[in-house]
Design a binder for this molecule. Structure first.
Ligand code: PLP
Length: 366
């Protein structure tokens, strides 16, 4: 049976990359050493890291003004590291509350004793199924934080809010490399790897260098200036996840880069949204204008029926469709490595299920 993995993260990786890892796991570049066994001070590592960094810069069209850091601690660590590094002038941070991950970021920033944290807009009233529309900053902030793709709620900023004069910080954990972000528009972007890049353990930060205070003296592992100075090699970096991410970057370049990924992600998500919009049984929960390209929550509106759907889908090889505990229902996550055939298989399974549950509900087959 073919298995399609709809996991939100850690998510599936390109099978070619997993095969390559398997093939060269015992001897990296004919060294007779596994990539897991090489020193982070070796030439082998240095070359691998520099290539990964250059490929990422090319893929994301990162301008010269911005530096790239390969860190650990997950996107969640950045909920603390970003305010420590960027909120030093006004010491004021604005957040747009778009759901679980932005709330977690807000809560962590509030724990820092000398920062003022304002929530300038919230999707609370609509249960986070839509993004807030009136986003205005009344004061000068060190930055405005946006969760660009809301992995759990399935919403995504298709257009950035107009906030003249403010620095934007974006959490792009779940659509980095799957959507063409304009890096130039941001002071800082961050993402953990396990959604759309590779194994967990690697976190990417892209930061505009002139936003950093060279005088600020933070604990080493939290200090972008020190981490940049050591080129992300201040302590032992996650060598294996960086290696795997590097292979994914090469795979992405071969596929045609981020523009091609975005096109493919649009094809996959459009197929599923179309089915959801035409269905009498299922419905997408996110507002049409704010729909995510990569994470698609949906429901029948009936808890027992949702559970039955997830169970039967799993038996048919459509795995990890259970929605996040916070929102229930189902969620299909389809990142770069997820094939179109998987989206098609899900849509066909939904049509069959709908017909079984209620024959008069059936929509015409594709
Ligand atoms: C998964 C996710 C996080 C948390 O990532 P960790 O690596 O587990 O810390 C934060 N923000 C968004 C948008 C996410 O999707």
């Amino acid at each position: 049976m073919v298995v399609y993995n709809f996991s939100a993260g850690p998510a599936m990786m390109p099978s070619e990359v997993v095969e390559q890892i398997k093939a060269e796991l015992t001897s990296y570049k004919a060294s007779q050493m596994s990539v897991m066994e090489i020193s982070h001070r070796s030439d082998l590592y240095a070359q691998m890291f520099q290539e990964a960094k250059a490929d990422l810069r090319e893929l994301l069209a990162v301008p010269k003004t911005h530096r790239i850091l390969f860190l650990q601690g997950g996107a969640s660590m950045q909920f603390t590291t970003v305010p420590l590094n960027l909120a030093y002038k006004t010491k004021r941070i604005a957040f747009v509350d778009t759901g679980h991950w932005s709330q977690t970021a807000i809560a962590d920033a509030k724990l820092l004793p000398d920062k003022e944290v304002d929530v300038i807009a919230s999707g609370h009233e609509n249960g986070y199924t839509a993004l807030p529309t009136k986003i205005k900053a009344q004061k000068d902030y060190d930055y405005v934080h946006l969760t660009i793709n809301n992995t759990i709620e399935g919403t995504m900023f298709q257009k950035l809010p107009e906030l003249a004069g403010q620095t934007l910080v974006g959490d792009i954990s779940s659509n980095i490399l799957g959507y063409q972000h304009n890096v130039d528009k941001y002071g800082l972007l961050y993402a953990s790897a396990q959604k759309n890049i590779g194994p967990a353990g690697l976190t990417l930060v892209i930061v505009k260098e002139d936003l950093l205070d060279q005088e600020q003296d933070l604990p080493s592992m939290l200090d972008y200036v020190k981490l940049i100075k050591e080129d992300s090699n201040l302590n032992t970096p996650p060598v294996f996840p960086i290696y795997a991410a590097g292979l994914v970057f090469k795979w992405l370049k071969k596929q045609g880069g981020v523009a091609q990924m975005q096109r493919q992600n649009e094809e996959k998500s459009n197929l599923l949204y179309e089915q959801l919009d035409n269905s009498k049984l299922f419905k997408a929960t996110a507002a049409k204008a704010d729909r995510s390209l990569t994470n698609i929550p949906f429901t029948t509106g009936d808890k027992a029926l949702d559970e039955r759907f997830v169970t039967e889908a799993t038996q048919a090889g459509l795995c990890n469709l259970k929605g996040h505990a916070l929102v229930g229902g189902m969620r299909a996550s389809m990142y770069n490595a997820f094939p179109y055939a998987g989206a098609k298989a899900l849509v066909e399974f939904m049509q069959k299920f709908e017909q079984q549950v209620h024959p008069s509900f059936a929509v015409s087959a594709l």
